[in-house]
Structures are given as C-alpha cells and as structure tokens.
Design a binder for this molecule. Structure first.
Ligand code: SIN
Length: 433
C-alpha cells in the first residue's frame, strides 16, 4: 500500500501534534501513532511546563537548566528554550489549554532545581490537558490526516536523503512517501523493566537511526525519576508521583522515618540519595510524606495522584507513599540542529527522541514538554520555508508482512543492544527479548 503527503510525522505526543499544527495549511500532512494517539508520554505528564516568568527571569531559567544539566547542555539551545518559552505557552493557551490560574496570573508551581516558581500546570494532569487541546485542533485541520495503530520500522531513503517511512498498519505493509519526515516518536522507557513511560515506546527512533547511520548524541544520558510509586511484581508502567508534590512541600523519609535529602535538589542527586538510602536500609523503597499538606488541598491539587494511589489502596491524605526511582526520560537521542534537522537530508527529529542539547546530562524538571513545543515549532517553520526546494521520490520498498515483522523484532534487539552498551553496569535495568 502506498500513501503520499508533503510532510510525514511519526508520533502523536506534544512534539508530533504541535509540529503538525505549525506546518502551513497548504501542505498535506500525515501523522502516525504506533497505537492509540493518546498512548504517548505527553498524555501522562503530571507536573507541568517550565516557562520564563518574564524577560528578567530568562537568564536565571537558563542558569537553572545548565546547572541541573551539569553544564553539559548546549547553551545556545537552552537560550532558545528560555527565550521562546513565553510565546509557546501563550500559543498553547490560545489553542485551548486551560492552565491553573491564581490571582489573575498562572498558578506557578515549583519543582527540583528551579530557583523560583515558574511551572505552569493543569492540576496534576498537564499532559492530558495539552494532548486533548492539540489533538482537538489537529482533528479539525483539513490538511492533516491521522492514522493510528501504525508501527514504523524503517525509513525510505536514497543517498542520505529521506523520502518517507515504511510501517505496518492493519497487517499490511505501508510505504508512506513524503518530501519531509519528522521523527517525533518519543522515548525509550518501553525497553526498561521499570519506567514511567508507555510500554509501547521502545526506542524505535534510535533503532531506525542506527540502521540508517543517522548521527546520535549522548545516548548514555538517561534520567531516573526519584519518585515512582513502589509496587511489587509490576508488569505495567510505574505510576509517577510528580516532583511537584515535593515542590508543594512533601518530604522524603527513609523506612525509619528519617529525612535524608533536600527534596528539591536536581533529579539525579535526589534519585542517587534514594538509591543509597535503599541500599543502607535493605529496602526497595523510601517514603514520600505529604502530612504537611491539608487533605482538601491534596485532593484538589493532585487529583490524578490521589485517585491513582487510592485505587492501589493508599490514601495519601493519611498515609505515606512508598516510592523508588525508575527510568523516566531520555536526554540523548538523534542529534539535531536548532531547527530539528538531523544528519540525513529531509529528515527532522523533535521531542524526546531528538537531542537538541537542551538538557545536558540531567533534565531540569518540566523542561520536556517545553522542549517539544519550542523545537517542533522551529522545525515546522524551517520546513515551511524550505520544502518547495525538495523533489519527492517514489521509491518502492520490498518488505513483505513477514520481513516487516522481522524488522520490528530486530529494531527492539538493536535498541536493547544500544542501551546495554550505553548503560554499562546498569544493563540489568533493561528488558530481555
Ligand atoms: C513530574 O511531574 O515529576 C514529571 C515532570 C517532568 O518529568 O518534568
């Protein structure tokens, strides 16, 4: 089966949807999701989105991001992130995202390693609010066609130029021919035993990049979130307890009820402190204690976390939450320039699968959705102004359904091997085939 568009977008998280909305309406767009469109990490994001409070805050926001990232960041990317944060959040509001408001301004919250409260949020369901608004707008655009349940396993290429991608949909091989392709296929948590990510996110973008010799960067930069709910023998993804809970005053205690770390230090520092405490006390978890917060405040501010824990038998207005670090975010990825361009012509990458250098070695909390917004908009603007120079090429691939299935299996193997090497000693964190 062959399908044609000017722009092919793989992924329906914030980066994919926002890229699609920023492509000129006179260009045809096909946007693909691997399963249901909402089965993306954006949908799960709880805490919020960082935003410079005003012109004066931009410098401090840059510094906070660099410090959290151990100064391994690309400073220019970080400056772009801070500079373009205000307009992109205002675009989101215009697209219908309802952020929490207090005293006629955003109800800014705090998370680890931010010097000031600068995170906008929609209670603790920010990702869902963002996804729902963007998705609604995408469905209403005549130039965009959404196709769900499509597993892309390779690109269509010739001489380091990308002319689309190939995948399986409804048990059939589909060639999606395009002038420009955007990889916005999200993170890598699906190849980890313990992760807050959707299980379907198995680092497809990385395997595809490896197979096609597309440049990668910093693939050992993998973030572990300090506070996922600890559950025994879990087969599903781990339930996140947002860092904003600590931002609002929750404390970390060891199993002897002793506080052992400043909860608002950068994520990697807090996660390492928890690992040490678990090792010392021979426990698989520590506690997150919300007892400083009023019960009604907890229910209103954190309804998702309150209900999620309640369903699992923990009343967080009365009980401490057992938590432990798990894989959460991939700071490395497909190397891109400031406009999302990869080392392959006509191929862009944006969102978690890309590496803009914004996060350095450790992402500052709530900078991920912002990166997805800022850099996917830049990619789309770049595409709008250059696509008229690109000639499409109708290259037929030779995959059968069986060889396509083999490719999908092979991609997972490539991803596991790639990250086994990148993780060194921590390789037991990965799933096996
Ligand atoms: C959280 O709410 O703790 C996650 C937000 C993020 O990963 O930035």
């Amino acid at each position: 089966m062959d399908m044609y568009s000017d722009v092919l977008i793989i992924g329906t998280g914030v980066a994919g949807l926002y890229s699609a909305l920023n492509i000129s309406s006179d260009l045809s767009v096909i946007i693909l999701s691997k399963s249901k469109a909402s089965e993306c990490d954006t949908y799960l994001a709880q805490g919020g989105i960082s935003k410079a409070l005003n012109e004066e805050d931009k410098k401090l926001f840059v510094l906070d991001t660099l410090k959290a990232g151990h100064f391994k960041n690309n400073k220019k990317s970080v400056e772009i992130l801070a500079n373009e944060s205000i307009e992109n959040i205002s675009n989101l509001s215009n697209l219908g995202v309802k952020f929490d408001i207090k005293n006629n301004t955003f109800d800014y919250t705090r998370e680890g390693a931010h010097s000031v409260n600068r995170i906008v949020h929609s209670s603790d369901k920010t990702g869902k609010a963002v996804f729902d608004a963007l998705f609604f707008n995408v469905l209403n655009k005549k130039n965009i066609e959404l196709i769900e349940s499509t597993c892309i396993f390779d690109l269509i290429t010739e001489n380091n130029h990308c002319f689309g991608a190939v995948g399986i949909h409804n048990s059939e091989v589909y060639n999606f021919h395009s002038k420009v392709t955007i990889l916005a296929c999200g993170g890598i948590g699906g190849i980890f035993k313990n992760s807050t990510n959707q299980k379907t996110l198995t680092a497809d973008g990385i395997s595809i990049a490896v197979k096609n010799h597309i440049e990668l960067k910093d693939i050992n930069y993998i973030q572990f979130h300090p506070t996922a709910l600890y559950e025994e023998n879990l087969l599903n993804r781990n339930f996140l307890i947002s860092e904003s809970v600590r931002g609002e005053g929750a404390k970390l205690l060891n199993i002897n009820n002793k506080r052992f770390v400043n909860e608002l230090l950068p994520r990697d520092v807090v996660a390492n402190a928890i690992y040490k405490e678990e090792f010392k006390s021979k426990s698989n978890y520590v506690y997150l204690d919300l007892s400083s917060m009023d019960g009604n405040f907890i229910k209103n501010r954190f309804p998702l976390i309150y209900n999620g824990c309640m369903e699992r038998g923990i009343d967080i207005t009365k009980e401490k939450i057992p938590v432990t670090p798990v894989q959460h975010y991939f700071m490395g990825g497909i190397k891109v320039d400031f406009n999302g361009k990869t080392s392959m012509n006509n191929l862009y990458a944006t969102g978690e699968i890309s590496n803009t250098g914004v996060h350095g070695a450790n992402r500052l909390a709530s900078n991920s959705l912002l990166e997805g917004l800022v850099f996917s908009r830049r990619a789309s603007k770049n595409i709008n102004s250059t696509i008229s120079n690109i000639l499409p090429k109708d290259i037929k691939t030779k995959f059968t359904f069986e060889t396509a299935l083999n490719e999908i299996h092979n991609n997972k193997r490539i991803a596991i091997e790639t990250f086994k090497t990148a993780l060194g000693g921590k390789k037991n964190e990965l799933v096996t085939l």
